[in-house]
Design a protein around this ligand. Structure first.
Ligand SMILES: Nc1ncnc2c1ncn2[C@@H]1O[C@H](COP(=O)(O)OP(=O)(O)OP(=O)(O)O)[C@@H](O)[C@H]1O
Ligand SMILES: [Mg+2]
Length: 381
């Protein structure tokens, strides 16, 4: 390919695969090992930290060992019928179909479901779409979901193969039906040979599901905390991708980029994407071009930040402005005096609300803005 024709090698907003994926070696090794062992795992991470990309990479790795992994994204299943459809499609594609070459045979277990789905075969891809009608008794839908959740264990056992069910955006289960966790847990408890992986953002909801002793999933899975990507790993990745597409990397620009994003996966790829756009073929991705790229990112994120700002209370706004200037200890008298903040009690309330929305984060009273680029946006208003 001619260098001038190379397309932008950075990507944000979708699952990062293959060349777009970097680092996470330790996490992939740990998750893969857990999946091979049938150990249940819960992965906690704020939004856009790379949960889906990580599980994709780990699933690819264990499939090489014959483990059958069926992922379901609960964000894409707003009703229980849709959950049943997604479960059926994934279990068919990732478990039934690899075990049984003839599609009628692979589809046979789905004909025994309480609610009969409409099945449409795509002759080109071989994938089977399932549709459950919504006119049924709720109890029938629950029974069907129950049957589907039991299928991986039954199918895997026949062949002595390990199966794993992966639930992305698992916190949505509560929205679907508050009774669903109890039903699921009752089934999963009786299938120790099946691995279960739960991924979730919305920390307070995930915490309630897994860390409250009155909840069915209490301590049922090994927790893994997904962090930022170490800038030490991100830096050579960015340089390499720039070089591969005919742009000269500039260490100072990459250092500034990573100082702005601190290795936040999505934010890093977003800013790198705009940096690449600013850099003509054959030229250097310089510090000046990085500043222009940051301006472009802030313009692209403007409506998102405006909405966030409009939804914030007065005290929350004051706290955000203060933290944008000075990350630190907003509950101390000295900090509040410096930034004209109200009482510690109301600052605390504001911090709690902002932390719940994952706009700020803090440990032992020490807070900072974690929403990428928000501090820069506030600084430029
Ligand atoms: N390992 C990685 N290497 C490079 N970039 C990554 C990696 N993981 C994530 N990213 C970047 O972060 C973005 C978000 O990743 P992903 O969708 O996997 O995160 P997520 O935590 O599942 O997000 P969401 O909360 O939106 O579901 C990707 O589009 C990509 O730009
Ligand atoms: Mg995701």
């Amino acid at each position: 390919m001619k260098q001038s024709e190379a397309s932008n090698p950075f990507l944000f907003g979708t699952v990062a695969l293959d060349e777009a994926f970097t680092d996470r070696e330790r996490e992939i090794a740990e998750l893969s090992s857990d999946m091979r062992n049938g150990q249940d795992v819960v992965v906690f991470a704020p939004r856009r930290f790379g949960k889906s990309s990580l599980i994709w990479a780990a699933a690819q790795s264990v499939r090489k060992n014959g483990v059958l992994v069926a992922p379901v994204d609960l964000m894409a299943t707003p009703t229980k019928e849709r959950l049943a459809s997604a479960l059926a499609a994934s279990v068919y594609e990732n478990i039934a179909s690899p075990l049984e070459r003839v599609w009628e045979k692979a589809a046979a277990p789905f004909r025994r479901l309480r609610v009969q789905p409409a099945m449409t075969l795509d002759p080109d891809t071989g994938s089977l779409a399932f549709t459950f009608s919504t006119t049924r008794e709720p109890a029938d839908v629950d029974a069907t979901i129950e049957q589907l959740l039991k299928l991986p264990a039954e199918l895997g056992e026949e062949r002595g193969l390990r199966t794993v069910l992966v639930f992305d955006e698992f916190q949505e289960v509560v929205e679907l039906d508050p009774h669903l966790p109890k039903l699921m847990r009752a089934i999963f408890q009786r299938q120790p040979q099946v691995g279960h992986v739960y991924l979730g953002s919305k920390r307070h909801v995930m915490d309630r599901i897994f860390n409250d002793e009155n909840e069915p999933f209490w301590r049922s899975a090994k927790p893994i905390e997904l962090g930022l990507i170490d800038p030490e790993h991100f830096s050579p990745f960015i340089a390499e991708r720039l070089k591969a597409t005919g742009r000269a990397p500039d260490q100072a620009a990459i250092a500034r980029l990573l100082a702005l994003t601190r290795g936040h996966p999505h934010a890093t790829q977003e800013l790198a994407y705009f940096l690449w756009e600013q850099t003509p073929a054959g030229e250097a991705a310089s510090v000046e071009r990085l500043e222009a790229a940051l301006g472009a990112v802030l313009r692209a994120e403007h409506s998102h930040f405006t909405l966030l700002w409009e939804e914030a209370s007065t005290v929350q706004r004051l706290v955000l402005e203060a933290l944008a200037k000075e990350p630190g200890r907003p509950l101390t008298q000295a900090y509040r005096d410096r930034h004209g903040l109200p009482s510690a009690a109301s600052v605390q309330t504001a911090l709690r609300a902002l932390a719940q929305r994952e706009v700020v984060a803090g440990e032992r009273g020490d807070y900072r803005i974690v929403e990428p680029f928000l501090a820069e946006w506030l600084g430029r208003r």
